[in-house]
Design a binder for this molecule. Sequence first.
Ligand code: FAD
Length: 454
Amino acid sequence: MADRRRPGGGPAVVWFRRDLRLHDNPAWARATRDHERVAAVYVVDPELRDAAGDHRRQAVDDAVASLDRALDGGLHRLHGDPRVEIPRFAAECGASAVSWNRDVTPYATRRDSTTATALDGVCERHETWGTLVHPPGSIETAAGSVPKVFTAFWKRWQQMTLPALAVASDTTLITPVGEQTFRADTPPVGLEAVALERLDEFLHERLDAYPNDRDLPAIVGTSRLSIDLKRGTIGPATVARRAAEFRHGDPFVRQIAWRDWFAHLLFENPGIVTAPLQATKTPRWRNDPDEIAAWKTGRTGFPIVDAGIRELLATGYMHNRVRMIVASFLVKDLLVDWQIGERYFRHLLADGDVPQNVGNWQWVAGTGPDAAPFFRVFNPTLQSKKFDPAGVYLRRWLPELADLDDTAIHEPSRLGPLALAAAGVTLGVEYPQPLVDHADARQRALAAYEQTKR
Ligand code: FAD
């Protein structure tokens, strides 16, 4: 059947990747607007799948299944290298175009460029941006580069008009078993609906307290939208637009702008996945294998660090404040190359996302632009006391310390053996001895940093 909107044209193929939604999805909106018939495709790419830990794999699988249900079983699921599968599928459908939303990672850029070349002579390709509020290249200094200071980026970001939401049109869906009507006015369902509810609940119930509560790991004081933003069950423009309607929305919207900033920086500097943005600031790493293993398993003897890793291992999530403390401990107290931590987090986090993870690790290590300076070393115990004063978060993830009082639980090694035994703890048995003395480790980190200046 000829394409009604583009006489003589074939259907469009929409290649879903990390934009697993039907609302506020520019690639989907464009294809359904321009084509009478559309096929929706998801390719299970072994290269990406193997790199993801169980939690992220599950999060993506759930979102793909949800998208399929939203399309009444109309999603084509392919397996293999998308650079081969997409051109093959497009040719089989007689497609006149393939649409997708772009991504900023070096892997995605290479994959898309090869796919685009393979589509030459097969059909057109339409690339849009749907994973960020403002696309890379839209916020630049007079010299034409991404601002290297976040506040400068944020200032420009705020001056930009928020993008209009991408609206889909009615079309005919080519499904794996035939054709069916797609009605664009159908409200969001499945995980898309859940994500929108999560956003609304946060905006109505937690936004006002967000500037304070966002630092408290014992409570849910944040939006918990990072997994939805990662897999694309909610559009970033939707998040920014809805939040901007609230009087106290700025501190939250600012975090969405951080997300854009790290993505813009990576797009401009693809090398930062494997190299520090400011190489001169890198100290000589120790990379002690036993200490790395203790950190990875939540056995450092620093309760806030161990609780964070155990939250990560159990749930695929870690609270932002705790991510900062855990990352700082690895890089500064243990003098371990931030890339080791970055890869570990990326594998395990359900929201593990190259630009955000690399950007934040470089921020912690002091090697990124506008980063925490290396000489500012977090004291994990003080951080723990400040942000989890009653030890609620610690007790949740370290039940072996539950009977220690609210002071001792932050630093069990301060207690004598008898007091510890009264709470059922023997250091080195139920809970490890601290891996380092923080004051000494801090001095060692500062000395290593001084060396970088010579
Ligand atoms: P909220 O506080 O509700 O923030 C809303 C959204 O803003 C988040 O969902 C996220 O998309 C964005 N955001 C918030 N803080 C940051 C930040 N510091 N940098 C960039 N974007 C931010 N976030 C990821 O999405 N993926 C990662 O792989 C990731 N790795 C991190 C590694 C380290 C070492 C650190 C310190 C932070 C990392 N973050 C990462 C940022 C942050 O921890 C999470 O985005 C946040 O904890 C998610 O919870 P939330 O959605 O409730 O956040």
